[in-house]
Write a protein that binds this ligand. Structure first.
Ligand SMILES: [Zn+2]
Length: 582
């Protein structure tokens, strides 16, 4: 199965990056012996169970079994794709990557649609820069958006049918309509967006998938303020996070994401230097969006509108992210409905101070639960306390829960033991930072198989022994994997584990690789152990063959055949005995 895909460049990039430096950018590593150790980010832990080997250029966690090279570490840790991880590594060591190399492969039909949207962006931008864009430019200036910001967000202008007249000769009516760039009335094509300032919306891979258009002229004030691309094959509201395309690298650096409601909040925050920011374009999040944010491995800062809808959405989102084990904080401010208004009215410092004083989600929620309740009324107070305790059930930090219970007890004169009895330990959600370790039991021969493969990965000698003495295992997928290791060595002349990890990832062998790394044991071995393992595999194979023959023997009606099979089984048993005598 070893394919001809040339990984020379990939392997060179991985080899040029010392994995200790790569992982060290995210996790504290301590030097011990020939390896480095740190707290594993892939399971909930406080002791340094992850070992990083500069010599082999791989990492391995002794507790949860996570393992890999620099690329797979970045992929898992940052929740990014192979090519993005490769780009980070290439940039670290100044190896240039061809653009086509990093561009995500999409099917050509989608590629064409992205291209049409891309062309529309250029047309909108040209409109804004043209003489017809004077009024819009003045409007943007008045709203405090300078040229740099306009360029950063690719802001443009829709004027009368500029899209249909420029693109209808090149692209079919269907394409323009399907992208919701144009509409047909009376057999004539018109632009969807007319006399609106245009904000292109990209997916996380920087493809333009749709647009928001905002009115800016006094005479249009009766029309709806914002118009969005309707749902299209590219623009599905459930998976959009405005500005994630730009924000991703800042989220990675800051290890936090600021989630706003409106696009203007995100744009405004850019003007005062906050770039780890996305907008929901609304107050709800789909599961797809939550998964997307969860995969970013960062703290969550909720910065929704300061009204009832915003507060209520903050509770929903905060609960969702808390139950995923995320650290959630909330930005609270007065005197403005949203961030855009706050910064325009009160200046950058007002937001910076609200940011500095952000509150933990649990404090925000405990406050929120008091809303519209008369806490002097014992029935309402009891309702409040019960709701407060229920929200504490969601928290995994026992110390924090204890402190909060004490606060409530002191404040409202309810004994701490009564409060504690209401904390439902059983319902506490478990942190799901990473997938829990699969508790699979392996049979003794499967353990031997996994051990042999693990030794092959770590010792070229064992690959040779496997080739000469075995050439097969019992479980088909383990046999395939072992043969892949053998073939990889044959093809490359040597076996570099770090390179093979990349290869395994690219060929869907990473699942088996993970199982092997998890169950492998120590890297050292003795010849006796190897003989012992080899015999288990051979013995099991013979046992299985005997079972198969027995079945045929039992079902056969031919007495001669029955005898021949009996003889064969006897010979096989004798041969097995000779191995153990060796
Ligand atoms: Zn781990």
């Amino acid at each position: 199965m070893v394919d001809i895909k040339d990984n020379t460049l990939v392997n060179k990039i991985v080899a040029s990056n010392n994995i200790v430096d790569v992982i060290g950018e995210y996790i504290n590593l301590e030097h011990k012996g020939k390896n480095f150790f740190g707290v594993c980010p892939f399971h909930d832990d406080h002791s340094p169970s992850m070992s990083v080997s500069p010599e082999k250029n791989i990492f391995k966690c002794f507790s949860c079994g996570a393992s890999g090279n620099s690329i797979t570490f970045l992929m898992d840790y940052l929740g990014i794709e192979f090519k993005e991880a490769l780009k980070i590594l290439a940039d670290r060591v100044g190896i240039p990557l061809d653009k086509t190399f990093t561009k995500k492969k999409v099917n050509s039909e989608l590629e064409e649609l992205y291209k049409v949207n891309e062309l529309a962006v250029s047309i909108f931008k040209n409109n804004l820069a043209s003489t017809s864009g004077k009024e819009a430019r003045e409007y943007l200036k008045k709203r405090g958006l300078d040229d740099e910001t306009i360029k950063y967000f690719n802001i443009g202008l829709a004027i009368n049918n500029s899209i249909s007249s420029a693109l209808s000769n090149k692209y079919s009516k269907e394409i323009l309509e399907n992208l919701d760039l144009c509409k047909t009335y009376d057999n004539k094509l018109y632009d969807t967006f007319i006399n609106r300032i245009i904000f292109p919306i990209c997916d996380k891979d920087k493809n333009v998938i749709g647009f928001t258009g905002r009115i800016y002229r006094e005479q249009d004030k009766d029309e709806s303020k914002y118009l969005n691309t309707k749902e299209t094959i590219l623009f599905r509201k459930g998976n959009i996070l405005y500005n994630l395309n730009n924000a991703k690298e800042y989220i990675r650096k800051e290890k936090s994401i600021i989630i706003c409601e409106g696009q203007m909040d995100t744009i405004r925050l850019h003007t005062i230097g906050f770039d780890n920011v996305v907008s929901l374009s609304g107050t709800s999040l789909t599961k797809e969006q939550i998964d997307l944010i969860n995969s970013l491995k960062c703290d969550i800062i909720l910065n929704l509108d300061q009204d009832e809808a915003g507060a209520s959405a903050t509770i929903t989102l905060g609960d969702a992210f808390t139950s995923l084990g995320k650290n959630v904080n909330v930005i609270v401010f007065k005197d403005a409905k949203d961030t855009d208004e706050l910064i325009l009215k009160k200046g950058a410092e007002s937001f910076k101070s609200a940011y500095k004083n952000k509150v933990s989600f649990i404090n925000f929620k405990l406050d929120y639960l008091k809303n519209n309740k008369n806490l002097n009324d014992s029935v309402e107070l009891s309702k409040y306390i019960n709701a407060a305790i229920e929200s504490l059930n969601n928290i995994n930090d026992d110390v924090l829960v204890e402190l909060k219970l004490k606060e409530i007890s002191d404040k409202y004169g309810v004994s701490i033991s009564t409060l504690k009895s209401k904390i439902n330990k059983k319902d506490k959600k478990v942190i799901v930072n990473s997938k829990p370790k699969e508790l699979k039991r392996y049979t003794s021969y499967q353990k031997a198989e996994l051990r042999i493969i693990y030794l092959m990965l770590n010792n070229e000698d064992v690959i040779i022994t496997y080739e000469n003495n075995l050439g097969f295992l019992v479980t088909p997928e383990f046999t395939d994997f072992a043969n892949e290791v053998l073939e990889y060595k044959m093809k490359n002349g040597e076996f570099v584990l770090s390179d093979f990890i990349t290869h395994a990832y690219q060929n869907n062998l990473d699942k088996v690789l993970k199982v092997v790394m998890e169950n492998g044991g120590p890297e050292e071995y003795t010849e006796e152990e190897l003989d012992y393992l080899t015999n288990i595999i051979k013995g099991t194979t013979v046992e299985n063959e005997i079972k198969r023959l027995r079945k045929i023997q039992k079902e056969s009606l031919d007495e001669e055949e029955k005898k021949t099979i009996a003889k064969r089984i006897e010979n096989m048993r004798k041969e097995v005995l000779t191995w153990y005598k060796k």
